[in-house]
Ligand binder design. Sequence first.
Ligand SMILES: Cc1cc2nc3c(=O)[nH]c(=O)nc-3n(C[C@H](O)[C@H](O)[C@H](O)COP(=O)(O)OP(=O)(O)OC[C@H]3O[C@@H](n4cnc5c(N)ncnc54)[C@H](O)[C@@H]3O)c2cc1C
Length: 349
Amino acid sequence: MTSRPNLDTAIIGAGIAGLACARVLHEAGLPVTLLEKARGAGGRMSSRRLPDAVVDLGAQFFSVRDPAFGRQVEAWRQAGCASRWPESLWSAEAAGWQRHRDDRERFIGSPRMSAVTRHLAEGLTIIADTRIEHLEGNAGRWWLVDQHGERHGPFAQVVISAPTPQAHALVAAHDASLAAACEAVIQRPCWAAWALFDEPLPTLPGVDDDWQAVRLSPGHGSSPLRFVTRNHRKPGRADQGESLSLLAHLDWSEARLEDSPETAAEALFDAFQRALPGGLALPEPRELGAHRWRYAQPDVFAGGEPVNLDYRRSASGLALCGDGWRGPRVEDAWLSGHHLGEALLADAS
Ligand SMILES: Cc1cc2nc3c(=O)[nH]c(=O)nc-3n(C[C@H](O)[C@H](O)[C@H](O)COP(=O)(O)OP(=O)(O)OC[C@H]3O[C@@H](n4cnc5c(N)ncnc54)[C@H](O)[C@@H]3O)c2cc1C
């Protein structure tokens, strides 16, 4: 008797794109299994627990351009896992700090960025701590082999939501066209540092005490910093001590890719110190650290593809989604995963 392939879909990566794809299938009653190399879901929307604070290490906020994502964000707000933020956004220019005003609404996961992905993950089957190292099989019958050599499957189709260089490593042996598409997307690196303090930051001259986040323009004293946020000024974290997330410019991160985390953290902290108005001194941080995102944000997109196609598929049952197929934001990643989920669902019905 020939064994029938099971109809499950495997999704490699439980960042927001993989989760968005999984939710479409799960809510339609189709079996789906996520496999994630980290301890939990979140990917580049993850947060880090420090002794007295939670700091966001990847995305600091998200904004809405597409109506479907707008409806999803509204649902997250209703569910209590997302809030408007920041209310007090500043920009550091050569002339000083200015309050930044525009019409764009921005949101954050509450009480931490990863609350959004945690909410999306509810009820889904996620196999964590599982790095898929290669795929075996072909059309309609795929096995996923993890870092321990364990085989997961068979699956009828495999969605890869990992950043494009990591997706490339998985598809290269199986599909030249998907591999070429991955090669055309560059994911640039970003250093993200954090600083935890025992005392509140001093009042900054000319800056309202309620400041929550500041953008630093690339020209601001050649600063390596692009964005700094105050974690205890984010929704649901008022009981925490003062802590900062300090994000580097991508160019600087690329040039300092092989620095140690200590060196990168000190450079970003010093840069913030220099960017303070009035030459003010910051208190000594109790804890200073940095995380290197080797594949932080996509920069170059493949040309010649059909307009509005923000995922890729092959006839053999492989599919790719994630921010690399659409744009460098949380919204892009969610839309890519959601649209791929809808396409897979349409095939199944
Ligand atoms: C420092 C930083 C700041 C940012 N700031 C913003 C911002 O302010 N606003 C905004 O909108 N966007 C921001 N972004 C971008 C945003 O975070 C991403 O676009 C989005 O989160 C990408 O989601 P994704 O699901 O496509 O990828 P990911 O979140 O990277 O998810 C992919 C998942 O795949 C897993 N994975 C990879 N390889 C394997 C494997 N072989 N086996 C199993 N699992 C695997 C990874 O662990 C990860 O969980 C920022 C990103 C970074 C890094």
